[in-house]
Design a protein around this ligand. Structure first.
Ligand SMILES: C[S@@+](CC[C@H](N)C(=O)[O-])C[C@H]1O[C@@H](n2cnc3c(N)ncnc32)[C@H](O)[C@@H]1O
Length: 224
């Protein structure tokens, strides 16, 4: 995909979240039901990286002694994360967490904002590299009949499954990709859990949990 198109779509989403941050955060106060299953099956977790964390509502499900780091390019949403948590301003591709690795890396509601299948794969490998435990992601199964028009990029530059959606009654528009089941099934070679949950119909997100690529022991065991 043309990098200029990617940049345009990312800019559209940055503008979208800047504009709707307050209303968006107000409608994102309670946890998604699927998060309970992710945590129940993750076993003991002492550190969590939440990429595209929004207002950090996932942190509320974690015991107090868990280290939580929230990453998001939207400063207005990050400002809503409870202040005792660490926040890092930036997008996933900038890896603002550096070389740190975590027990659990999550990206909820993020994959649909990443343009092109190749970049979504790059997102998954970036998340896996940041984890020595598990990685959990969701793909939003939105109804494409809700799509609106947006002429900021030429139609021929878009891929199958690319849509634009509004929010509430405002005119802010976001880029969203409807990830196909086949694509999602190719993200992890070791799928630890795969289920649908959330929303009114209990099926608005498909969850996929895999393992991290950074083994802690690789760093700590020295062989002569
Ligand atoms: C649908 S919201 C989900 C927020 C949060 N995970 C939740 O479940 O409440 C998508 C979030 O992804 C963030 N986002 C958009 N582009 C991003 C990028 N390139 N890297 C990281 N986060 C991004 C947005 O700012 C927004 O906070």
């Amino acid at each position: 995909v043309d990098p200029r198109v990617v940049a345009r779509l990312e800019a559209l989403n940055a503008e979208f979240y800047d504009r709707v941050a307050a209303d968006f955060s107000a409608t994102r106060q309670s946890p998604w039901p699927g998060w309970h299953r992710v945590l129940e099956r993750a076993g003991p977790v002492r550190s969590v990286l939440d990429v595209g964390c929004g207002n950090g509502r996932f942190a509320a499900l974690l015991p107090d002694d868990v280290e939580y780091v929230g990453v998001d390019p939207c400063a207005a949403l990050l400002a809503e994360v409870p202040p005792h948590h660490e926040t890092l301003l930036g997008g996933w591709s900038e890896r603002p967490w550096g070389t740190r690795t975590f027990d659990l890396v999550v990206a909820f509601g993020l994959t649909h904002h990443v343009a092109s299948a190749a970049r979504r794969r790059a997102l998954i490998s970036t998340l896996r590299a940041a984890s020595h435990g598990r990685v959990a992601v969701t793909a939003w199964r939105f109804d494409p009949a809700r799509a609106v028009g947006w002429d900021g990029v030429p139609a021929e530059a878009l891929e199958d499954g690319d849509y634009f959606l509004g929010f509430g009654h405002g005119d802010a528009v976001r880029y969203c990709h409807l990830v196909s089941d086949a694509e999602l099934e190719g993200w992890f070679d070791d799928v630890l859990d795969d289920f649908v949950s959330d929303g009114r119909d209990g099926a608005s997100n498909r969850y996929c949990v895999g393992s991290g690529a950074s083994s802690r022991s690789n760093g700590s065991i020295r062989r002569r």
